[in-house]
Design a protein around this ligand. Structure first.
Ligand SMILES: [Cu+2]
Length: 322
């Protein structure tokens, strides 16, 4: 699903130095394999034409020797070709890792969950202002960003093709990659390692923007939830606190600090719900809250039996979380 016309997801349109290196590698592989394939097909066609001429091959020691030479030459050329690909591939892998030696200016923690992404901007100086969001990552352009990857459950793999290759999220360890976006854009990523029933619905977007816009976004996200104003919103907050929502979700500023599900403090500011499955509209939100597993079978959020009025109040309250 696309989050907007401008969202792109393509390993062939690199938006940063790491991805550019991997795109070069891709083209080297493509042209090498394509020329081998073309050469092979040319030999096949030549052999086929000769076969149709129905000439009985005369096997003399001389032709046999020349066949042996041809096969040996083909073997050597193939071995050199494969070795060259191996060397370029290892070199590209190392080069992508080397970008890490530059000083990184921003650190983000990405945690894989079945089946969504937790994205955290740690703030050791002011832990209560740390930003936590889900299935959405904002980064400033032309900035070196360190991603620390870990997982809460299964093995996942983060793949944002316009910015980097795949990197696994392994239980019990933290993998690191560096990304940098050279130009603003919305780059779609997804899990690239089969991690259970809803693996295919585990997407995220990376919003690369001008540093000032990024700073604004981060400032807004670091604030707690506003106090509900209208009677409807006040009732909605009570519905939230009375239903099991707070057992699994955090809303900074009220008595809800669980981390089993996505942080909802700014849920309505995100482009999608349920890891890229649904556009973040009021209708989709209502459907999701009423019966999440009906939309995303296996989703680890139970259905909620709310009275119609309660649901409307809850939606009015959630609308304030921007
Ligand atoms: Cu997966």
């Amino acid at each position: 699903m696309m989050v907007g016309a401008e969202t792109i997801q393509s390993a062939l349109r690199p938006a940063g130095p790491e991805a550019a290196r991997l795109t070069d590698l891709w083209w080297i592989f493509f042209w090498t394999c394509a020329s081998f394939y073309a050469a092979l097909m040319a030999f096949f066609v030549a052999a086929w034409i000769r076969g149709r001429q129905n000439v009985e091959p005369d096997v003399t020691p001389a032709t046999e020797r020349s066949h042996t030479t041809a096969v040996t030459a083909a073997l050597i050329v193939s071995a050199i070709g494969l070795l060259a690909l191996l060397v370029t591939s290892v070199a590209a892998g190392r080069a992508v890792g080397k970008f890490a030696t530059n000083s990184n200016q921003l650190e983000i923690e990405v945690t894989g969950h079945q089946w969504w992404w937790e994205v955290k901007y740690p703030n050791p100086a002011a832990p209560n202002q740390q930003v936590v969001t889900a299935n959405e990552m904002h980064i400033p352009i032309n900035t070196h960003v360190l991603l620390r990857l870990d997982t809460r459950d299964d093995i996942h793999s983060l793949w944002i093709p316009n910015l980097h290759g795949k990197r696994d999220l392994i239980p019990g360890r933290v993998n690191k990659i560096f990304i940098q976006a050279d130009r603003p854009g919305v780059y779609r990523g997804q899990c690239a390692e089969l991690c259970g029933l809803q693996h295919a619905h585990m997407a995220l977007v990376v919003v690369a923007e001008e540093p000032e816009k990024f700073a604004e976004w981060k400032k807004r996200e670091s604030l707690g939830a506003p106090t509900p104003q209208t009677p409807e919103q006040v009732r909605g907050q009570q519905v939230f606190l009375g239903a099991p929502c707070a057992n699994c979700h955090n809303i900074t500023g009220i008595d809800a600090s669980a981390t089993l599900g996505p942080d909802l403090t700014h849920v309505r500011s995100r482009p999608t719900l349920a890891a890229g499955m649904l556009l973040n509209t009021r209708g989709n939100l209502a459907g999701w809250i009423s019966n999440a597993p009906a939309i995303k079978p296996g989703a680890q959020m139970p259905p909620n039996q709310l009275a119609a009025g309660e649901l409307q109040d809850l939606l009015a309250y959630l609308d304030t979380l921007r």
